[in-house]
Ligand binder design. Structure first.
Ligand code: NAP
Length: 307
């Protein structure tokens, strides 16, 4: 009998080995690596920055599965190949993102970032305390993760707005939708959080014109993807004093090269793509469920329409 088989096309040795171990424990599916003799039997590829020749090397692949929440890392040719694409949706990952973003917003709201930089100058300085309800936070992207983050921050007491392609309804969150409502959304935002997916219409969206539409002194948090940000525009906006702070978790080149100016630009906090991730056993469970579904001709869970 031929088992439903997953090919691991994962450009991360640690994740690949964890998934191999987790998936090997299931007795109703098979898992293989690109160099394995039976790799050609796989119908589903689990991907993280996969080789762009994947479908030429393994023409029997009929379904692509991101091993993460985002699918941009598959690259345009695979996303536009016409094959079904699915991704991971994980409650713990949403909560992890809320924790990360809450830390970022608290830095701005309670001036912890300023206190830390004053310590290096042995400077004792207090800023007036304002209530959370006076801090206007805006979340770009109200999907699985962004919607959860917006709700959580609103429940924490912040004044929340969110922006997405189509209108949503989230308790305590003022909703803005579409290109025509981007400017009013930005104009009322002191702390901007980017949780958009990277696609043709969001590439480079965090640029000079967007920064200038935010009120002077605003902070930005980029936990989406590095490709959303025009890094030189951000550096200019910080140097000019228009933006107060940028907390960046994702970069066009990761790991961020040691000589990259963002490491040393005043006002930038760099975190190493650590905002939130899914545990290997959670990813493996969802991969197994979907390869079984695919094999039985049932609809995939968490299918994405690439755009
Ligand atoms: N840093 C990290 O550790 C980390 C971890 C996990 C995820 N992420 C990032 O977070 C992103 C979001 O994840 P998710 O699961 O929330 O994605 P999702 O469920 O696909 O939601 C995407 C949201 O963005 C909106 N959107 C898409 N294109 C848009 C556009 N052109 N203009 C305005 N809104 C647009 C969508 O609006 P509609 O609903 O109206 O279509 C939707 O609300 C991922 O793609 C990934 O890049 C980062």
């Amino acid at each position: 009998m031929m088992f439903p088989t997953i090919l691991l096309a994962i450009d991360d040795a640690e994740l690949s080995s964890e998934l191999l171990s987790e998936l090997s424990a299931f007795d109703d599916i098979k898992v293989c690596l690109p160099d394995d003799a039976d790799a050609n039997n796989a119908h589903m590829a689990a991907c993280w920055h996969p080789d762009q020749a994947l479908l030429t090397t393994f023409p029997n692949i009929q379904c692509l599965h991101s091993a993460a929440a985002g699918v941009d890392h598959l690259g345009k040719p695979l996303l536009k190949s016409g094959l079904p694409v699915a991704r991971i949706v994980d409650p713990d990952q949403k909560q992890g993102m809320l924790e990360y973003v809450l830390w970022c917003v608290l830095n701005h709201h309670r001036d912890f970032d300023r206190a830390l930089s004053h310590q290096s100058q042995q400077r004792w300085h207090l800023y007036p305390q304002v209530s959370a309800s006076a801090v206007r936070v805006g979340v770009m992207g109200l999907g699985e993760i962004g919607g959860y983050v917006a709700l959580g921050l609103a429940q924490f007491g912040y004044r929340l707005a969110g922006w997405s392609r189509s209108p949503k309804s989230i308790d305590g969150v003022d909703i803005f939708a579409g290109q025509s409502e981007l400017v009013p959304f930005l104009e009322r935002t002191d702390v901007l959080i980017n949780l958009l997916p990277l696609n043709e219409s969001t590439q480079g969206i965090l640029n000079q014109s967007l920064f200038k539409t935010l009120p002077k002194g605003a902070s930005i948090i980029n936990a989406g993807r590095g490709g959303h940000l025009i890094e030189s525009d951000l550096i200019d906006a910080l140097k000019e004093g228009w933006l107060r702070r940028a907390i960046l978790d994702v970069f066009t080149s990761e790991p961020l090269p040691v000589d990259h100016p963002l490491w040393t630009t005043e006002g930038v906090i760099v975190t190493p793509h650590m905002a939130s991730s899914s545990a290997a056993n959670v990813i493996a469970k969802q991969l197994r469920e979907n390869v079984l579904r695919f094999n039985n001709g049932e609809p995939l869970l968490n299918k994405v329409e690439p755009f």
